[in-house]
Write a protein that binds this ligand. Structure first.
Ligand code: ADP
Ligand code: MG
Length: 436
């Protein structure tokens, strides 16, 4: 049994019922194994089903199909021996650090003395020594997250599940905590056997994981597994590290000919009827990225990992910006590169007013929802239309949340371009010039 998997996930399927009774598939055919001594990363963009998979593994929700086995036994409810660290840990503000950690053991009926002893041990291990009697409000974000780790470790779980545990921390704090965690793990000091780490940060995945499962969206599924053979501790500037980061960018931005047809309606851009979900991306970021890539040393074409680190953006921020530029035909985005079109390069050189004009032209031509709104307003005698006029229509294609998100996105772009106006108080679109 020595090499038996700690965890074995086979062909897992998960869907949620939509308002009309149809099913939205969130996970499709997911396989995953975790062996003793491994850190396995689940890397994917927001909405690709990573947290959903973690909840299934933790026994907090049931799969619609497939099987999940923990130490050889089917998971049917939260198994003992799994602990979770979340993005931001909900600490009890009225309890001290020590009490916040002890609470994890109280829940599983550990006697008082042992609770105290193990909690002090976990606190010590994770670098909170001296803060036992502090209250959460007295701690920095990084220290609070350490309490979250201590609370998970104190139960000596076989598997530690981590859902973007560093993403709410500032860059330096996150790096310190990652490094501390890896040091303890490499030295065999952590009372755990395996780790599953959910992240949308490519470098974090390469820094920490033995294997990385890359998730795709709509439906959430595993596109590829990447084994990371670099020895620990890993250096971000090591050429092999950079090459791996680069190849994952390529993987995550690849156009897939096999993309299922059913995804077309919710797929973000290709085809783009008004049924496409639009990302909330600010026009500041759009112009900022065009300016950056247009200028030297890039001169119109740049590597996404380079741009990401120049702008301190992670995939969840950067990919939507690059994809929006692509939708607007200001850039092409593939193979880990972004390349500005002639119009994109032209845009970068214009002054503010000229930019608005060019943006309006592209917005109304290439974003069907924007063109549609503009046509409806043009045709109406009042030249106005309520939010619900478009929201109802979009809800035929997408959830009401996605419809609202898409309308919010198109409103912010329309305002910038002065293509149409929207009044937040009355929730009415109009052709009033928002600039005047
Ligand atoms: P990730 O963690 O990768 O960002 P999630 O697992 O949170 O992704 O979500 C994946 C998809 O499943 C999203 O589109 C989300 O809206 C949907 N989803 C998650 N939970 C529910 C639920 N309880 N009901 C309906 N849809 C859900
Ligand atoms: Mg998540």
């Amino acid at each position: 049994m020595e090499n038996a998997a700690l965890l074995d996930v086979r062909a897992v399927h998960k869907g949620f019922a939509k308002a009309d009774g149809a099913e939205t598939v969130v996970l499709d055919g997911v396989d995953l194994t975790l062996k003793e001594g491994e850190i396995v990363g689940l890397l994917g963009r927001s909405g690709s089903g990573k947290s959903t998979l973690l909840r299934l593994i933790a026994g907090l929700s049931e799969p619609g199909g497939g099987s999940i086995r923990y130490m050889g036994r089917p998971v049917d409810g939260p198994p003992e021996g799994l602990a979770m660290v979340f993005q931001s840990f909900a600490l009890f503000p009225w309890l001290t650090v020590l009490e916040n950690v002890e609470i994890g053991l109280e829940a599983i009926g550990v006697p008082r003395d042992e609770r105290r002893r193990r909690s002090l041990e976990a606190i010590d291990l994770i670098g909170l020594d001296g803060f036992e009697s502090a209250y959460p409000r007295e701690l920095s974000g990084g220290m609070r997250q350490r309490v979250g780790f201590a609370r998970a470790l104190v139960v000596h779980p076989n598997i530690l599940l981590m859902d973007e545990p560093f993403s709410a921390l500032d860059v330096l704090t996150a790096e310190t905590l990652r490094t501390d965690f890896l040091d303890l793990w490499s030295e065999g000091q952590l009372p755990i056997k395996g780790v599953i780490l959910v992240t949308h940060n490519i470098e974090e995945a390469v820094l920490m994981c033995d294997r990385i499962l890359i998730f795709g969206s709509n439906p959430g599924r595993i596109l590829r597994e990447i084994r990371v053979d670099l020895p620990q501790p890993r250096a971000r500037l090591d050429p092999d590290f950079r090459a791996l980061v680069e190849s994952i960018y390529v993987e995550m931005t690849a156009r897939r000919p096999t993309e299922p047809a059913s995804a077309a309606r919710t797929e973000r851009f290709p085809g783009s009827g008004i049924g496409s979900v639009l990302p909330r991306v600010s026009t500041n970021l759009l112009s900022g990225l065009m300016e950056l890539v247009d200028a030297a040393p890039y001169n119109g074409e740049a590597d996404l990992p380079v741009i990401a680190s120049a702008l301190h953006l992670e995939v969840d921020d950067l990919f939507p910006v690059a994809e929006t530029l692509q939708m607007l035909r200001f850039a092409e985005f593939a193979g880990g590169d972004i390349k500005l079109s002639a119009e994109g390069r032209h845009f970068a050189k214009l002054d503010t007013d000229e930019r608005k004009g060019l943006f309006a032209k592209h917005l109304l031509t290439y974003v069907p929802l924007a063109g549609h709104i503009r046509r409806v307003l043009d045709e109406r005698h009042s030249q106005t239309a309520p939010w619900s006029r478009f929201a109802d229509e979009l809800e035929d294609y997408m959830s009401s949340d996605d419809a609202a998100r898409s309308l919010r996105a198109v409103i912010s772009w329309g305002r910038y371009a002065e293509a149409f106006a929207y009044d937040d108080d009355t929730m009415v679109f109009s052709l009033d010039n928002p600039g005047e």
